[in-house]
Design a protein around this ligand. Structure first.
Ligand SMILES: O=C(O)C(=O)C[C@]1(C(=O)O)C=C[C@@H](O)C=C1
Length: 319
């Protein structure tokens, strides 16, 4: 199997993918040791899976400082559908890499991925105020441009130095400590089925609805009344219908569980379009709280018991 990732070698995306153990990869993809395939953009990585040139892709979806990655969100709602089967949380720490012999005084230009630039903007303004800032398709692409002599410095992962023959001019240059980027592993639905529920899962979906007063509130209410803990909401324009949006919603729970299943069915009735993007084990970083549990009447046991009670009413055996 081949897993596409945002390349070239040395990206945070590659590091995230490499944190997955053979056991997890075997479980998620059916192959514990897939070949890793660097692809120059998130869009191209998702396209490669849709075309069958790759069997899965690892792509960045959001960063705790800069927010969602628009190209990934737009790519996830395209068709044919792709299924998120794992999420990976990677703490991100940036270095400034240069060709050997270059000093800060010799840096006239500095390059990074837009999310990398956003997380180091203050540092760059203070330490390289005269440098022209250039944006690249990934942080490692910036390192490759430095190696090729096209730009003087790259703001990227320290591991990119070894891949591109560069040296560290500065390390720990991020403006906010403890930044985390969330990546997802996607594959086509079908063959392997969904990841099994673990009891600590997340479900991702995208929904769009016609505009009327309270339309979004109604969507959120369907989720809230079933005790699903909403962990993210973000919107992207529909693009071909001005003023209409995809709402990207993440909530705790698995589609196989009654609360999430019922919430999805309700959204299907209420929304113009709903895309199920996947149910997969929830990742946490060290020391992170997992959030509040279900409220009164909202546990899986509560749902199962009330469904059994209703079934008995319907078949005449209960009252
Ligand atoms: O360019 C990379 O190295 C990536 O993996 C992409 C990405 C992102 O899209 O947020 C990942 C982590 C960092 O937040 C900066 C860039």
């Amino acid at each position: 199997m081949r897993v596409a990732f945002l390349g070239p070698h040395g990206t945070f995306c590659e590091q995230a993918l490499r944190t997955l153990t053979p056991e997890v990869l075997g479980d998620a993809l059916g192959d514990p040791e897939p070949a890793l395939l660097p692809i120059p953009s998130t869009t191209a990585a998702l396209d490669a899976v849709r075309r069958g040139d790759a069997d899965a892709a690892c792509v960045p979806v959001e960063n705790s400082v800069e927010g969602g990655v628009p190209a990934t969100m737009d790519g996830l709602v395209e068709t044919p559908p792709l299924l998120i089967v794992r999420e990976i949380l990677l703490p991100v720490r940036f270095s400034v890499l240069v060709r050997p012999g270059i000093t800060a005084a010799g840096v006239g230009s500095v390059a990074s991925h837009p999310h990398g630039e956003a997380q180091t903007r203050r540092w760059i303004a203070e330490h390289l105020p005269a440098a022209e800032v250039r944006l690249t398709s990934s942080t490692a692409a910036a390192a490759a441009q430095v190696a090729a002599g096209e730009v003087d410095a790259a703001v990227c992962a320290p591991v990119a130095a070894a891949h591109h023959g560069l040296v560290e001019l500065a390390s720990g240059v991020h403006d906010t400590g403890d930044a985390v980027t969330r990546f997802v592993l996607v594959r086509p639905p079908g063959t392997l089925g969904l990841p099994a529920p673990t009891g600590a899962d997340r479900t991702s979906l995208a929904a769009t609805t016609v505009n009327h007063p309270g339309a979004l509130l109604a969507v959120l209410t369907e989720i809230a009344v079933r005790g699903v803990d909403l962990t993210r909401i973000e919107s992207r324009p529909l693009k071909d219908r001005r003023g209409e949006y995809w709402f990207f919603l993440d909530g705790t729970g698995h589609v196989a569980e009654p609360a999430m299943g019922e919430a999805l069915a309700a959204l299907r009735r209420r929304c113009t379009d709903v895309r199920f993007l996947g149910s997969y084990p929830r990742a946490t970083v060290a020391g992170e709280e997992t959030g509040a549990g279900p409220g009164p009447g909202q546990t899986v046991k509560d749902y199962t018991e009330s469904a059994a009670w209703l079934a008995a009413l319907r078949d005449g055996s209960g009252a």
